[in-house]
Design a protein around this ligand. Structure first.
Ligand code: DON
Length: 304
C-alpha cells in the first residue's frame, strides 16, 4: 500500500507552495467570511486505515456535495421513479444555469446541477412529512456521526438571496416538474446544502461509494448497480462544466461544493475528502482539485 500519510503531507506542502488562484464564494453571504488559507485532507482506505493533514477536523458547509446524498436517499428508497423527472447527462453549463430548462421543458439534465437537486428535494418532500429530519437521519446513518446537522446561519443567509434557485423552481413548477410549494422546497434545499462536516466525516460518508453501496457494518444501503450509477454521475456531472477537466486531471468520481469541499472515491481502494475555500472560475475548490490531481498522479490510482 502507498505511504498515504507521507503522500498527504507532500501534497499539503505542494499546495501551500503553489497556492492556486481562487476566490471564496461570496454570493452566499454566510460563506464569504471563511479564512482562505484553511486546508484539510483526509483519506480512508477500503481496509479502514485513515490518514489526514491540515485542518481536516474543522467542519465546513458541504453545499452541493449534499446532492450526492439526496439522490442516494431517493435511490435507496424509491428506486428509478426519479429518472422521469431528472436526466443523467452532463450539462456543460454552470451549476446555477437556467438556459437548458426551457428547451428541455423543465427536466434538469442531471441531479447535481441546482435545478436537478431542487427536483430531487421536491421528490423527497412528497415522500415524508418531515423531510429534513428524515434526510439528516439518513446522513447520520451513512456517516456514522449521530450529531451531523445543518447550519442555520448559512441556510438563512442563502435563503435570503436565493433568487436564481427560486427562478428555477418557478420555471419547473410551470412545466409540472415541481409538485410542492416552492417556498417549502427552497427552505429544505438551503438547509440540506448548509450541512456541516469535516474532511474526516465526509471521507467516511463517501465510503459508501467506495464500498459499492455498503456501510462499514456490512449493511447494503444501495444496490451495487445503483452505487455504480451514482459514481458514474459523479464522474460525468460532479464538477459541472469542469467535469471533463476533472476526469482528465484527476480521474476519480467526485463531487464539489461552493464551501470549498470535494469528496472523491476510487471504488474498492479509498475515499478521500479535501477542503480549501477559494474556488476557481467554475465554482470548484482550486487547491482541492490540485490536491486530488497530485494524489492520483503520485499514487497512480485514478480509475483509468
Ligand atoms: O444552490 C447553491 O448555489 C448552493 N447551495 C450550492 C451550489 C454549489 O455548491 C455548487 N458547487 N460547486
Amino acid at each position: 500500500m502507498p505511504d498515504y500519510q507521507a503522500i498527504l503531507e507532500e501534497i499539503h506542502a505542494k499546495v501551500v507552495a503553489e497556492r492556486p488562484e481562487g476566490r471564496v464564494a461570496s454570493y452566499i453571504p454566510g460563506l464569504a467570511k471563511i479564512h482562505p488559507d484553511l486546508f484539510g485532507m483526509h483519506l480512508l482506505t477500503a481496509e479502514g486505515e485513515e490518514f489526514s493533514v491540515g485542518d481536516s477536523d474543522e467542519t465546513f458547509s458541504i453545499q452541493s456535495i449534499t446532492k450526492v446524498l439526496l439522490i442516494s436517499m431517493v435511490l435507496s428508497t424509491q428506486g428509478r421513479k426519479i429518472w422521469s423527472r431528472v436526466g443523467v447527462e452532463p450539462s456543460g453549463d454552470p451549476f446555477n444555469s437556467l438556459v437548458q430548462l426551457e428547451h428541455e421543458r423543465g427536466i434538469p439534465r442531471n441531479p447535481f446541477i441546482n435545478s436537478g437537486a431542487l427536483v430531487v428535494c421536491d421528490f423527497l418532500m412528497s415522500l415524508y412529512d418531515d423531510p429534513l429530519s428524515e434526510f439528516l437521519n439518513f446522513v447520520r446513518r451513512i456517516s456514522g456521526v449521530p450529531d451531523i446537522s445543518f447550519d442555520r446561519f448559512v441556510a438563512k443567509s442563502e435563503r435570503k438571496v436565493a433568487y436564481r434557485n427560486l427562478a428555477m423552481l418557478n420555471f419547473m413548477k410551470d412545466f409540472g416538474n415541481i409538485h410542492n410549494d416552492i417556498i417549502a422546497v427552497i427552505d429544505f434545499y438551503c438547509a440540506v446544502c448548509s450541512i456541516r462536516m469535516s474532511c474526516g466525516e465526509l471521507a467516511r460518508t463517501f465510503a459508501l461509494f467506495m464500498n459499492h453501496g455498503k456501510l462499514g457494518n456490512g449493511e447494503q444501503i444501495l444496490s451495487v448497480r445503483r452505487a455504480k450509477r451514482i459514481n458514474a454521475l459523479m464522474l460525468t456531472c460532479g464538477f459541472y462544466d469542469e467535469s471533463g477537466e476533472f476526469a482528465f486531471r484527476v480521474g476519480l468520481p467526485g463531487k464539489s461544493g461552493v464551501g470549498g469541499g470535494i469528496a472523491a472515491v476510487n471504488p474498492g481502494k479509498y475515499s478521500v475528502a479535501v477542503w480549501s475555500p477559494p474556488l476557481n472560475e467554475k465554482g470548484n475548490s482550486a487547491a482541492g482539485c490540485l490536491a486530488l490531481e497530485l494524489l492520483t498522479d503520485i499514487t497512480g490510482t485514478s480509475i483509468f
